[in-house]
Design a protein around this ligand. Sequence first.
Ligand code: SF4
Length: 234
Amino acid sequence: MRGSPLAGDACVAPTSSIIITMSTLRITEIFYSLQGETSFVGLPTIFIRLTGCPLRCQYCDTEYAFKGGSLKSFEDIFTELDKINCKRVTVTGGEPLAQRACFELLTELCDKEYAVSLETSGAIDISKVDERVCTVMDLKTPASEESDKNKLENLAFIKKSDQIKFVICDRKDYEWSKEMISTHKLNDKCEILFSASHEELAPKDLAQWILDDNLKVRFQLQLHKVLWDDAKGR
Ligand code: SF4
């Protein structure tokens, strides 16, 4: 990926024998907080939230990232990161992979020795994601109203160190998720995360179902919602 800028979001300008590459991304926010989900929950982390998402999950809590944002060069992004004394970064959205230069950013972050995780909807090809990145990929349940966007071919590119996340809205979603785990042997692939959709399913109900069925999944509460009531930039 490095040295091979992607069309549409990179500008290559030859000046005599020098090639200048200026990759840019539309960014909603960069902030420092505690990781609220995944197996990295509770760890201080820098979040880079990219603007835009082609999906419209009915429970989306980041609609403010659908539009707007500001264009930033990689240089701008790394200048902001350098101000924060933290080597753990989560690239999120919106849907970060909807901007093609995101793939290049992930590689640059790894090259600079950040521990990098990526939060992606599962609707975009992950095959070109740098293998040093921990990909946290959603499988959208029926109640999200976007399950037809699941790109199941992505499952072939999931590594042991990645994580697959289900946001569960009701019992039907739970049964569907169990079926997906069984059909696609997801427990053999990586860690599986189950979250209760905020204000749609009581977390204790989901917790009890998991215990009753002895599922090999990680139940998670969204720490940022418990701590900060889902405030923007936390
Ligand atoms: S994929 Fe994520 S950002 Fe996009 S609509 Fe769904 S929940 Fe919101």
